[in-house]
Design a protein around this ligand. Structure first.
Ligand code: ADP
Length: 395
């Protein structure tokens, strides 16, 4: 059996996503997610050859999930086809400017970034260490969410606070979703027949987490997320940017602690917080269509804040070849795309309702009329990027 596939691991604090992908043609052989790990409700769901399956794995931790994963890879005859393992790592700080082969030094480097991503990096390290134990003969690669943004100029990443905080502890803007931006900007250039090295692309990655980035000549020059994924756009449950004095206001008014306020801004805000309903954009759109005022307000704020940030990113870009929508919302919500482009009329965006309505469920292409600045939809594929980086680095 030829070793032609890459195992991709995305280890969260209570979840583990996995997939096996052929990096050459993008064919996904198996994909799955184990959730609610280390609780009695722990379970794993996976899709293989179009069939969806699920198994309870009560109280399983990450280690036990790997054992289950080994079984699955054995049963599906994929085990012997795996040539390397790619790990998604959220934060690489300033140390990791690109994907790399995992060595002891790299593990130490990821550990050194824990203070920048205290929820994510420790979980990634568990995934990496466990994968090394289970697959000792395979090379392991780390692909960082932050590394694509390491090309941002200093004036884009320095916060206007005392400079020592940056020098001493790396307090600066890093940005996230880098793997998605790298994939989508390259694909946009290809679809438009442009050289990536001579292109100006604005990307809105709108999923549960949402951000936007300015990609000039294939390099990130600014993005909306900052030190953490809380900065920038309104998201499913995250507030996005707000007046930092909101912290002292909530503390003085309600007596909330720092941890409680952080939790509110991460988990109870955004579309959920404004609507009082849910974080799922589909639910909000349906409620708004049925006349729910706060659902409508949540959509209005989401789109307005997004348009304002995209307009701001024009400053970093200087010119534009295309605005690309991606992520679950960007790829599927014609309504959000239409509202955002209407707000950005000053940049000569004229939507084609017909094209915009057609593009969803993985369909890609331009959604503007011929006399318009180009806006388009591209389905992101972070897994394929991780698989391709892994294939390149192990060879
Ligand atoms: P994650 O950040 O978790 O990867 P996704 O990229 O999968 O998120 O995006 C999830 C979001 O996409 C949810 O808010 C969901 O409501 C939204 N979404 C998916 N399909 C549609 C649709 N047809 N219309 C509007 N929103 C959609």
């Amino acid at each position: 059996m030829s070793k032609e596939n890459i195992l991709i691991i995305n280890c969260g604090s209570s979840s583990l996503k996995f997939s096996v992908i052929n990096p050459r043609d993008g064919d996904e052989k198996i994909s799955g997610v184990a959730e609610r790990l280390s609780t009695p409700e722990a379970s794993v769901r996976w899709t293989f050859q179009g069939n969806k399956k699920m198994a309870e794995i009560p109280s399983a931790n990450h280690f036990k999930v790997f054992s289950k994963l080994m079984d699955l890879l054995g049963e599906t005859c994929l085990f012997d086809t795996i040539e390397g393992i790619g790990h998604r790592v959220v934060h690489g700080g300033e140390t990791f400017k690109e994907s790399c082969v995992i060595t002891d030094d790299v593990i130490q480097g990821i550990e050194a970034c824990i203070h920048l991503a205290p929820l994510h990096n420790p979980a990634h390290l568990i995934g990496i260490r466990t994968a090394i134990e289970y697959f000792p003969s395979l090379k392991q690669i780390a692909v960082f969410d932050t590394s694509f943004h390491q090309t941002m100029p200093e004036h884009a990443y320095i916060y206007a606070v005392p400079y020592e905080y940056y020098e001493e502890h790396g307090l600066r803007r890093y940005g996230m979703h880098g793997t998605s931006y790298r994939y989508v900007s390259a694909k946009a250039a290809e679809m438009l027949g442009l050289e990536l090295s001579d292109s100006a692309i604005l990307v809105a990655h709108l999923g549960n987490g949402a951000s936007a980035a300015a990609v000039l000549n294939g390099e990130s020059v600014d993005t909306t997320m900052g030190l953490t994924p809380l900065e920038g756009l309104v998201m499913g449950t995250r507030s996005g940017s707000l007046d930092p004095n909101v912290f002292s206001f909530l503390n003085k008014t309600y007596g909330y602690t720092l941890e409680e306020i952080t939790d509110i801004l991460h988990k109870q805000s955004g579309l959920l917080g404004i609507s009082g309903l849910q974080n799922d954009c589909r639910v909000i759109e349906k409620a708004a269509a049925e006349g729910n005022r706060r659902a409508q307000l949540a959509l209005d704020v989401f789109c307005y804040v997004l348009a304002k940030h995209l307009a701001g990113l024009f400053v970093a870009l200087g010119r534009i070849d295309a605005l690309v929508f991606t992520g679950g919302i960007g790829e599927n919500s014609g309504l959000i795309r239409k509202k955002v482009l209407a707000l950005m009329g000053v940049f000569d965006f004229y939507i084609s309702d017909e094209l915009n309505e057609k593009l969803r469920f993985g369909n890609e292409g331009v959604i503007t009329s011929t006399d318009s600045t180009v806006a388009m939809v591209i389905a992101t594929n972070e897994e394929l990027m991780i698989a391709q980086d892994t294939a390149v680095l192990i060879s």
